[in-house]
Write a protein that binds this ligand. Structure first.
Ligand code: ADP
Ligand code: TRP
Length: 321
């Protein structure tokens, strides 16, 4: 099965990104044909500071590599290094009805949150369709918020195929039923753009601070507490096995401990969970030339496939004469 997914480099990656998409991708590379890229052109739609964009892009690559993406087993590259994706983006734009884009939730959400409504933000789903269709992806693992984008990709591909024959593979999405939406420290969806994240890699001080800020109710320390729906518990679920979770539930039910105590358990758990990857991260941060070489290597692999596909597409639509 050809599996593909990407992640925007528009901020420091957080545990929502990890459990929503990255973890599954890393596991899948052992048995499937995997393509993963850093979507820096997508990040440009909302991030306009060049220094930060460069830093976040490199950091996203380092984070993925530290967590276990293996550039020999998978194809791992930087979106902007394969220019064919922009050619396809333009061609697909000509086959994408305005009405389809006007229905996009993410555009409405982002502009409602104050991100300026520019054209690239509006046509974001078309570039995403190009990312997926260029490489004939069959399955796209994503978090719940991205489902509509995959559905739009399918609509665009089906419309195109109806006119030109079976050019594109129609992709499916996969969402982890257990981790559809990781909550942020404020109880809303965790997102880089909402400032409510717990980062995968940070200083101990900052990780502890982020966990310390998780919103809870004000049940007094001595009283029993409701664990279902408690943000600390919901995040703890991601890091604990069944026994640990049962133990935590007992502590909630017994009373005599405050949310601060549960937060201490959680912050230590998070710190230990990512500990095995910290050395690798330090290594890549010190050897960024090696990271760039790895991305180049991946882009070369991806480009070969992209160029073959573009020849077919350009001939079909009448661009290559
Ligand atoms: P963000 O909202 O932080 O900008 P992205 O849109 O870059 O995150 O998402 C990258 C991947 O991580 C996508 O597959 C997305 O669905 C997933 N993801 C992001 N936030 C969450 C979350 N809170 N819960 C589950 N998955 C998430
Ligand atoms: N829009 C995705 C996100 O915010 C990132 C992305 C860009 C992507 N192109 C993609 C994901 C193609 C899957 C497939 O997370």
């Amino acid at each position: 099965m050809r599996i593909l997914s990407g992640i925007q480099s528009s901020g420091i990656l957080h545990i929502g990104n990890y459990f929503g998409m990255m973890k599954r991708m890393i596991e899948l590379q052992e048995r499937e044909e995997l393509s993963v890229f850093i979507a820096n052109y997508h990040a440009l739609t909302s991030l306009k500071d060049p220094k930060i964009l460069k830093k976040d892009t490199l950091d996203a690559a380092v984070t993925f590599l530290s967590l276990g993406i293996d550039p020999e087993k998978s194809t791992f590259w930087l979106q902007s290094d394969v220019k064919e994706v922009l050619e396809l983006y333009w061609i697909l734009s000509s086959f994408t009805p305005m009405g389809l884009l006007e229905r996009a939730h993410s555009y409405k959400d982002k502009t409602a949150k104050g991100i300026p409504a520019n054209h690239s933000l509006f046509s974001y789903p078309v570039l995403m369709a190009a990312d997926i269709l260029l490489y004939d992806a069959q399955l796209v693992p994503v978090g719940k918020d991205q489902i509509q984008h995959i559905e739009m990709t399918r609509d665009i591909a089906i419309k195109f195929n109806n006119q030109f024959g079976e050019v594109f593979t129609i992709p499916n999405f996969s969402v982890d039923e257990n981790v559809q939406k990781v909550v942020g420290i404020d109880g809303e969806k965790m997102s880089k753009s909402y400032g409510n994240t717990i980062d995968i890699f940070s200083t101990k001080k900052n990780t502890f601070k982020q966990v310390g800020k998780i919103k809870t109710d004000s049940t007094p320390l001595e009283e029993p507490k409701e664990f279902e729906g408690c943000n600390v518990y919901e995040i703890s679920k991601l890091f604990m096995n069944e026994n640990e979770l049962l133990e935590l539930e007992e502590r909630y039910k017994n009373g005599g401990e405050g949310y601060g105590h549960f937060k201490v358990t959680l912050r230590d758990k998070i710190w230990d969970y990512f500990e095995p990857h910290r050395k690798k991260r330090e290594y890549y941060l010190k050897n960024t030339d090696e990271v760039k070489d790895i991305l180049d290597f991946g882009a070369n692999k991806a480009r070969t496939k992209a160029q073959e596909k573009m020849e077919i597409i350009k001939s079909k639509v009448g661009i290559a004469i």
